[in-house]
Design a protein around this ligand. Sequence first.
Ligand SMILES: Cc1cc2nc3c(=O)[nH]c(=O)nc-3n(C[C@H](O)[C@H](O)[C@H](O)COP(=O)(O)O)c2cc1C
Length: 218
Amino acid sequence: MNDLKELIAKGHVTKTFDGSTLPADKIEAFLAFLHSTPASLNIQAIHYLVASTAEARARIAKSLVGGFEANAIKIESASHVLAFCTRMEVSDEHLAAVFDQEHADKKFPNDAQEQRWRDIVRGGLDMHIYDKRDLSHWLEKQTYLAMGMAMMAGAMLDIDVTPMEGFFAKSLDEEFGLREKGFTGTLLLAIGKRDPNDWILKVPKSRFPAAKIFTFLD
Ligand SMILES: Cc1cc2nc3c(=O)[nH]c(=O)nc-3n(C[C@H](O)[C@H](O)[C@H](O)COP(=O)(O)O)c2cc1C
């Protein structure tokens, strides 16, 4: 496992992979971790498309239009590419499925606690739907959280990663019929082994000085 100092030194997002395929056990460990990532209210509004062949990666690459063509090299040279897709609404059916799963997994010690939790979830959702009116935005925040955790998991497993906002969601959605299923593409993640000649390794990281980023309160 990498330590944090090492990550700070070499944690550049990957710009080119070496074209090799990651070992199956690493992919399995990575996906098992993704499967376990949390979401507010346990809403579980993410679905992942996992492309492990050149053909599947090429289908995802069709969304690199309208100025996003520069991301093609990452998708072509990666081992696997994941599309992080988010539900745009929470239907009664989805909510019932979440509650059924929690019940089947015996998440609650007693019925009263289970009912209390269900009331909290309903109230939280109604707040996003009616008061804040930010349901889809809130759902996508959960997806970004999973992306952050995926990037750290990659670092721990020695998997190099490229998170990408740079794709045309409408094309991705059409290619995979996502909208018909209530989803849209939020982020892409290319994973693999970094090309040792990746140009980004030759330049330093650029961040504002710590004094601008942290305010220490007494
Ligand atoms: C959510 C997110 C989306 C990103 N999208 C892209 C992308 O579409 N293409 C790309 O080449 N890099 C992308 N990046 C990488 C950032 O541009 C990069 O991490 C940033 O410039 C800092 O550079 P460094 O990782 O080399 O320190 C993305 C990073 C994040 C966190």
